[in-house]
Write a new protein. Sequence first.
Length: 304
Amino acid sequence: MMTRLTIFILIFANQVVTSFTACVPQPPAELVKDAVSLTGTTKLNESSGLVFSTRDPNCVWTHNDSGNSARLYAFDHRTGELTGECRLTGVKAVDWESLTTAGLDYQELIVADCGDNDALRKHLTMYRFEEPDPHRSTKLSASEFQTLHVRFPDGPADCEAVWYDAGEENLMLMTKGRLALARVYRVADSQWSDSQQRQRAPGVSPVVEAPVEITTAFKVTSVALPMATGADLDRASGDIWVSSYFQAFCFPRGDHSSVQEQLSAVPIAVEMPRWRQIEAIAVDNHSQVWITSEGNPTKLGRLK
């Protein structure tokens, strides 16, 4: 349920955006190439996370926003046809907002249940598992994925942008930053291991009634960037891409010595099409940048 303050902010923001877009030229449709509609299922209508498969680079994984089942969908990015699904059993998807590959060889997936529009959640929840075959329907039980509960050190915040840095072995989280200031945090891989050791003994299934262990993320920096809706790392260059509703921002790796230094530099802004609510961005293995938007069928396209 939204608070009065949240409703006021959303109405005000909508008026500002409406006034702004009415005064500026609309970007031409050719800002995207290779656009397709993700078809084959009527269950995908709010694409909120996007990542390219490492098992088949022609496939992308995506999932719905809040209020849907704990399920991933795989599509062929060339045709938009559904190729497979993956369901996490015993999981309630509160507000799935982002998806990233993970691990030293990027053979794992992390699903981030991190949406918090009213900044009220005591903790967020991450799920990590080996990437399933994108050409099959897979069902994962609790013993087949890791669960990590995370909180921010400076209080709850809405978060929709998550990516993984294999070089630093960190999961990175960027808050949505409605007031044009996004906060960036990291969760080290060691925190996943420590959490699992606390929750289960070797060779024993997870104890359902065990108390919830909550990990505190480490704050890295703050970025002057409004309404971050998605993020991904270009594994070839180290560039970080962040999406918002109207622009994508590239933070080049260059010769920066740290992620903090990289995100402190002025990003390159790229205009995006006026699709309905762009909430996911992903970089393929050729450094091409792709986006999806809400709607049924969902649009998928490559930024020109």
